[in-house]
Design a protein around this ligand. Sequence first.
Ligand code: GCB
Length: 611
Amino acid sequence: MNNSIRCLTLAVGALLFSARGTAQVAPLVANIDARQTTSLDGSWQVIVDPYDVGSVDYRTQPLKNNHAFYKNHKPDSESELVEYDFDTSGQLHVPGDWNTQRESLLFYEGSVWYERSFDYAKSPKNRLFLHFGACNYLAAVYLNGEELGEHEGGFTPFDFEITDRIKPRGNFLVVRVNNTRRKDQVPTSNTDWWNYGGITRPVTLLEVPETFVQNYFVQLAKGSTAEIAGWVQLNGPKLQQNVTIRIPEAGISKTFATNSLGRAEFTFTAGLTLWTPENPKLYSVEIATEADPVTDRIGFRSIEVRGTDILLNGKSIFLRGISMHEEAPTRAGRAWSEDDARTLLGWAKQLGCNFVRLAHYPHSEATLRMADQMGLLVWAEVPVYWTIQWENPETLRNAENQLSAMIARDQNRAALIIYSVGNETPISDARNLFLRHLIQDAHSADPTRLVSAALQSTEEAKGNRTIVHLNDPIGSDLDVLGNNEYIGWYSGRPADADSMDWTSPYDKPLIMSEFGGDALYGYHGSASARWTEEYQADLFEHQISMLRRIPFLRGMTPWVLKDFRSPRRTLPRFEDYFNRKGVVSDHGERKQAFFTLEKFYQELQSGEPPK
Ligand code: GCB
């Protein structure tokens, strides 16, 4: 893109989302299911607006009058010109992507306006928040014709306080969601997954007391299996008061005073049954002020690294994993519900997994909570993918926001053990600096979990063998090395893996975070023929025998659980806009590679981890 076009693109983007950065997004209210909630899910009225005529006039100046769609204006007389009407423009279901709800929107990238009316009788002393699980990618939110604020980032939750704006009757909420890809965004314009647009996760009203429990961290202290260390953050006028942490089943009740900033930090000992994949024990934990008792289900486990070992509750563990996108298991589109999570994670369990890599962006809270219940350890990731604008401070701020929102939402999930700050990012000084910021952010927001990234390696021919070096400089900053490789698919043949020997300059554990190849379910032939199930299964066989020979390997998440939609995958018959590297098809059928992997995971479960 030349510079003048680029400036124009940025200027239009800035106009459409003029208040970006000054948005009135409130600090995240954690654990919304434990609050007094009203769902705003269901059918919303929508206007598809590819030219953004609902936001800007023909001189691209922001609209402020009744022509602006957020005013939801109706003509006052038969002579008044109003060129939009939510009531007669059609509907979409929320939550849900727009792409798979209307055939004409499958490839659509642009703005869609959503509108929904509601009544709400709030108790006079309470406060009210409007919570979005996620909107992809930019959301501008308006209540009763006034702007509440904007949010950037397609996979993280956000809240607005609407205490003073809500009316008992006749509220109208308008949201413009825009999923135009841009280079400065996170992710950038180039990815290998579908750019599902829309209000993709639930919308909820949260009513809380005037001073309420905003967020909390109740986890085992780093390296301990007997001491809980954490904090509570209150929000409201009465910041200094007592907070009690109760875990009735473990006979624990501890009271702490919050400081003038509404924060209490605490440590106390606790005799707990530890959370493991085999016994995912969750305790009912109450974090209570006088006015606001919040209950969560929390598991307790420790996670550490010692040399090349990953220690769960002090014991070395091998992570039998699979990578997955958040795509609905057997229907088309973005997954978002508890049932979706149960099905997808259920397939991972059936494979024999104790670990899932939730690629390439924060998955829904429902998925994290389901992983907690089902006993699946989690690698969670932010969409710092491929070629982010490493030198752009706004891009870094955006990535940092997404990372901190993910941590704020999921930091009490025992299942979650690894934060990943990037996927296949090309090495440069600017990129190293960018990733180091994120690594530092993750460690300081949550010192108990491990930080990783999916890196790439370099190969060196040595006689008739190939030495693979895990020499990405960012490895020195990570707790766990991740590596993606496509031996036998993008490079060479599957049998090339037999002559590969892996070395690492770091005394750290490695998770092979991707490997794989495409196969069309039901397409059979020779193992040397691309797209056959036999090719994919054979590739897995060669990979597995190579992985057995990597002494510092402590986990693997092959690519990928299920075939997923991708605009990059245009080949008719085999791809048809699907990445076919799933071990399960887009209809939920198992390919041969599923059974190859299952067999290996059964072997690992019955014996010692490969060392
Ligand atoms: C990768 C990416 C993943 C792609 C995959 C592929 O390295 O991390 O997002 O989908 O390769 O299939 O090419």
